[in-house]
Design a protein around this ligand. Sequence first.
Ligand code: PEP
Length: 260
Amino acid sequence: MRTPLVIGNWKMNGTLAEARPLASGIRDGLKRPGRVEVVVCPPFTALPAVGEILAGSPIALGAQNSHHEASGAHTGEIAPPMLVELGCRFVLCGHSERRHELGETDEQINRKVAAAIRHGLTPVLCMGETGEERRQGLTFTTVEGQLRAGLAGLDGGSLAKCVLAYEPVWAIGTGVNATPAQAAEVHGYLRGLVSEVGSKEIAQGVRILYGGSVKADNADVLLAEQEIDGALVGGASLNAPGFIAIVRKAARGAAARGDS
Ligand code: PEP
């Protein structure tokens, strides 16, 4: 069965003065998280400090982005080996804020996913439709295009190393989460596509997270869905007690479903 995964995406939040107590609070509150894997993704500038604080704890470090090349003339970019050197194990690829604010394309995201795997990082491929796309009935078309393009060219072994995140754009940072049924429907669709591009076995093992206004008070209903293997949490991950409560609910949901 799939071990639930909860990832905190701090986005562009966290000076060192803010990041250190937040990381310490999460570490101290999650000494024994239970049946759940936990990752925090601070901004690049806080990775070394947060990595030091989390060292030896069950909480893994992740980055919010990386370039697809290992080094070179790419001013302002960060390469996968730099993240590995700082202890990162995960990297977000294709977050909607990067797709929509910075124009990141499916092709670029695909190169980032492949590069992450080459360097031993777990890519978290983020996908999701805008509100307008949902209103026009294009949800499945949108996420299918993002999944097929984002995973293009990966062999079965690489596909099995990916984590997927369904993050409807209309739910991110809005306080309006997808209903458990809406999310589960898209997750089921994505899992079916992984079966097509990889195999049934890979699809059964791949973790699909939900992201979009997850909070302590909606996490249990979302995470009770068989199809929802964890959460990608933005705003609510900036508050240690709130994030810890979400992790606890993920662990309890897994226990109730009999996952291991
Ligand atoms: C995110 O940043 O991936 C996210 C889901 O944000 P929020 O939880 O704030 O909606």
